[in-house]
Ligand binder design. Structure first.
Ligand code: PNS
Length: 221
């Protein structure tokens, strides 16, 4: 019977001898895997960063979130805190890892075998700085491509700097960062949150005060 015109037919299995089968990959050529780094300060990591990591993980084979170790900056979070937060945030992506680096970003990219750098552009205001950085990095390392991606519109006004500022002034940051980050930021801002329950903090605070008093008395005597 004649097959209908648009009928999808199952593929015909052609038997291939095992010797040829084992060499078929040579005809197709080597599989090119693209490894990218996503460098930044991530102080703290935000929902915007997570959005970009998710997008990057879909187009690159491997994505390394690379936290800059910058001794000149006075960050809110230590590098290891930021690393722990990012690791927890990205644990669901099997092609994403978190590392730290110092020195030139292009040197780090080269050292891990990355051929692309992922950066996010939220608005035109980001573009000038990002363009300058991308062109300078290209000058330093012509083999490294910068790939710009846009986070979801709802994150276009979001930045780590604003999250820090809002938190420092007592504003709510819950919709801006993942819950585990919000918790860590709250702990930073309010020492009482360092204790599992407030009662413990209340009990310990007077004890610490008494300790300080007795220390200063000893010093004077
Ligand atoms: O999250 P940020 O602060 O915008 O990230 C900036 C970062 C870390 C990507 C940039 O400062 C950087 O790459 N620093 C490493 C030093 C370097 O390579 N400088 C030359 C840039 S052209």
């Amino acid at each position: 019977m004649l097959a209908a015109r648009n009928e999808v037919r199952p593929p015909i299995a052609i038997p291939v001898c095992p010797r040829i089968q084992s060499r078929l990959h040579l005809l197709r050529g080597p599989v090119k895997r693209i490894k990218a780094i996503y460098p930044g300060s991530f102080d703290p990591p935000t929902n915007g960063h997570l959005d970009l990591i998710e997008r990057g993980s879909k187009i690159f084979d491997e994505l390394v979130v690379a936290i800059l170790r910058n001794p000149e900056k006075d960050p809110l979070f230590s590098v290891s805190d930021r690393r722990n937060m990012l690791e927890a945030m990205t644990s669901g992506f099997d092609n994403v890892t978190v590392e730290t680096f110092d020195g030139l970003m292009v040197d780090y990219a080269l050292s891990v075998g990355a051929t692309a750098v992922l950066r996010g552009i939220r608005a035109i205001s980001d573009y000038e700085y990002e363009l300058q950085m991308a062109l300078m990095n290209r000058k330093l390392q012509p083999g490294l491509e910068t790939v710009f991606m846009m986070p979801a519109e709802k994150y276009s006004y979001l930045s780590s700097r604003l999250v820090r500022e809002i938190a420092q002034l007592g504003g709510a940051i819950d919709c801006l960062v993942p819950e585990l980050v919000a918790q860590k930021v709250r702990e930073k801002m309010d020492p009482a949150h360092k204790f599992e329950n407030v009662e413990q903090a209340e009990r310990t605070a007077p004890e610490q005060k008494a300790e300080r008093k007795s220390r200063s008395r000893k010093k004077k005597s």
